[in-house]
Design a protein around this ligand. Structure first.
Ligand code: PGA
Length: 263
């Protein structure tokens, strides 16, 4: 398994003052772990605040939840890759299911956003995942592969490219239902095979995260599943207590059976 990544997607929560209060508590209670990386995706207005609070903690990165695909210009209300970078982001979510299904973002726009991230020196975390009707119609692989291929199709330097992928089944996001570790592992394997077709052996180093109703109870088993390199967490990342216990997760493989009984 790659060095695991624990990513917090705050969505439209935690403006600058709440973000500062959250980070003050988090940083006093969560000591540096050298075997993992934490990423916070705050709303755009809180990126600079989070970046300044975590300065000096190389184990903690800050990301933008979204960028526009143009670098500058008359696009009221948008933020660009260079602006997100200047605010302190080094990572950006692309194609989160809420962007795709609430705001109508297409595969082609996701490809433009990945290319914009590359130009700005931001590491894109491309989100892929099927809706419930697609899952019921057994189209999970088809949908995920289409989103993956399209998302990375406009990169200039695919060999130097350092992306992250997050598999988030849409039916599992914010619903309390999550994929079983076996289901997640199967799709992650499909994603890994496709990454091999795109970047060859470097595919092994590309983290593939699972997201969708992750909490401190299910995180150990998900993180133990083959090809699951981390978690992307929405609701359970908003509260310092639950986020700290997720960020400290060890895979079940490393936990003694008697400890598991107390989880
Ligand atoms: P959730 O959200 O953990 O609340 O299901 C995950 C996400 O949308 O990234």
């Amino acid at each position: 398994m790659n060095h695991p990544i624990f990513a917090a997607n705050w969505k439209m929560n935690h403006g600058p003052s709440e973000a500062r209060a959250f980070l003050k508590t988090f940083l006093t209670q969560y000591q540096r772990h050298y075997d993992r990386t934490i990423i916070f995706f705050p709303p755009a207005a809180s990126i600079a605040m989070v970046a300044s609070e975590v300065e000096g903690r190389s184990d903690i990165l800050v990301g933008a939840q979204n960028i526009y695909w143009q670098d500058t210009g008359a696009f009221t209300g948008e933020i660009s890759g260079p602006i997100a970078r200047d605010a302190g982001a080094t990572v950006v979510l692309v194609g989160h299911s809420e962007r795709r299904h609430v705001f109508g973002e297409t595969d082609d726009e996701c490809a433009d956003k990945c290319a914009a991230a590359e130009r700005a020196g931001l590491r894109p975390m491309l989100c892929v995942g099927e809706k419930l009707d697609e899952r019921d119609a057994r189209k999970t692989e088809e949908v995920v592969l289409r989103q993956l291929r399209a998302g990375f199709s406009k990169l200039e330097q695919i060999d130097a490219f350092n992306p992250i992928v997050a598999y988030e089944p849409v039916w599992a996001i914010g619903t309390g239902r999550n994929a079983t570790p076996d289901d997640a592992s199967t799709i992650h394997g499909v994603i890994r095979d496709e990454l091999k077709a795109i970047v060859g052996d470097r595919a092994r180093a590309i983290p593939v995260l699972y997201g969708g109703s992750v909490n401190s109870g299910n995180a150990p088993a998900l993180l133990s599943a083959p090809d699951v390199d981390g978690v992307l967490v929405g609701g359970a990342s908003l509260n310092t207590g639950s986020w700290i216990s997720i960020a400290r997760t060890r895979p079940t493989a490393e936990i003694a059976p008697e400890e598991l009984g107390r989880e």
